[in-house]
Ligand binder design. Structure first.
Ligand SMILES: [Zn+2]
Ligand SMILES: [Zn+2]
Length: 253
């Protein structure tokens, strides 16, 4: 089956959910033969999520299961805030993502110059140690775009796998799901997150997976997920994680 558990109806614009906006995302998911679509706006917009409107619009798409998610910006100093948001809203699942190292938003094109100040191997180790903290926090269900640090194409001098293994082991220990996020294919790194060699390691470690387009526009919903599903199948996966009220439900891939 196809699911898309990572979509941003509010993009980076914010504002309120409207019927028209939600309809666009759900119609796009249906067109892409998605069976479950999760809305996972950034947690900065947590005040603007209208769960009742989502449920009302979802009723017009009876063939589609619509899930309530959120993508949280993980930093160790935000753990309490994240827990307080996630505890008071009726989410099906939470994505935890590392977008910042200290106060550097390393995935933002405006701050790309900072890469030149880093030893890239050390940068990868620093990034993956934050992913380890994320896994150990126990706050999330899914790890967002596991190797986002490659976004602008800065690569370590050797293989990435040894740098990433401690984070994958923490993810395994915490029982988290890793998403295959197809947005990376449209960034300078030109590759899905995580890279196929890291997904292979996820499979060896028996880490469950799900699928997400990370759509910031309705027409990006479901983008490249059929190909991502085929890749998972080739690696050996036969099941996908889905979620309902923070409970993981494994379904046939
Ligand atoms: Zn993200
Ligand atoms: Zn996202």
């Amino acid at each position: 089956m196809l699911v898309d558990y990572h979509t941003h109806p509010l993009g980076h614009r914010g504002g309120r959910y409207t019927e028209e906006l939600l309809e666009q995302y759900l119609a796009a998911a249906q067109e892409q033969r998605i069976e479950e679509v999760g809305l996972s706006d950034h947690d900065t917009y947590c005040q603007d999520i209208d769960f009742q409107l989502v449920a009302a619009v979802a009723r017009r798409f009876p063939a589609l299961k619509v899930k309530n998610g959120m993508e949280f910006d993980f930093r160790p100093d935000r753990e309490q805030k994240i827990a307080s948001i996630s505890g008071r809203l009726p989410f099906d699942y939470l994505i935890g993502s590392v977008h910042e190292i200290g106060d550097w938003m390393f995935d933002h094109p405006d701050y790309q110059a900072v890469y030149s100040q880093w030893d890239i191997n050390k940068l990868y180790r620093t990034y993956f140690s934050l992913v380890e903290d994320l896994a150990r926090s126990g706050l999330f269900d899914i790890v967002g775009h596991f190797d986002l640090i490659k976004v602008f194409g800065y690569r370590p001098t050797g293989p990435v796998l040894p740098l990433a293994v401690p984070a994958l082991q923490a993810i395994k220990k915490a029982g988290l799901t890793v998403e295959v996020n197809t947005r990376g294919g449209y960034k300078p790194c030109a590759e899905i997150y995580p890279a196929a060699e890291l997904l292979q390691k996820c499979y060896e470690l028996d880490i469950p997976v799900t699928l997400g387009s990370d759509a910031h526009e309705a027409e990006e919903t479901g983008r490249d997920l059929a190909a991502a599903r085929q890749l998972l199948y080739r690696i050996g996966y036969r099941r996908l994680s889905t979620f309902s009220r923070r409970q993981r439900i494994m379904q046939p891939l």
